[in-house]
Ligand binder design. Structure first.
Ligand SMILES: [Zn+2]
Length: 98
């Protein structure tokens, strides 16, 4: 019987087994949206400045593609984990704990 592999944990799944197809699409944000104060934060400007200063003289800045998409097969267990934390973010550090 044909199998496919979970793209996260690597587990082999039978073709008749429940599996999930995850489609990811990332697009360049619409420039026409209203800007907010965070768009002008020092961190963003500093990151751009460091990037430009690190380029060899005369070399153009790298340009991200306008969009990217990918398709992944997930086993049920990995799908549940993904739904709980889709960006794989670590829990924020609680400043009250030091
Ligand atoms: Zn998995």
């Amino acid at each position: 019987m044909l199998t496919c592999q979970c793209d996260l944990c690597g587990r082999q799944m039978e073709r008749d087994e429940s599996r999930y197809e995850m489609r990811v699409e990332v697009r360049l944000a619409n420039k026409d949206r209203a800007l907010v104060a965070d768009d002008f934060s020092a961190d963003n400007l500093g990151a751009v400045s460091r990037l430009l200063r690190g380029l060899p003289h005369g070399e153009p800045a790298p340009v991200e593609p306008a969009g990217h998409h990918a398709v992944f097969d997930l086993c049920p267990s990995c799908c549940r984990r993904w739904r709980r934390n889709p960006l794989g973010a670590r829990p924020a550090i609680d400043p009250r704990r030091g």
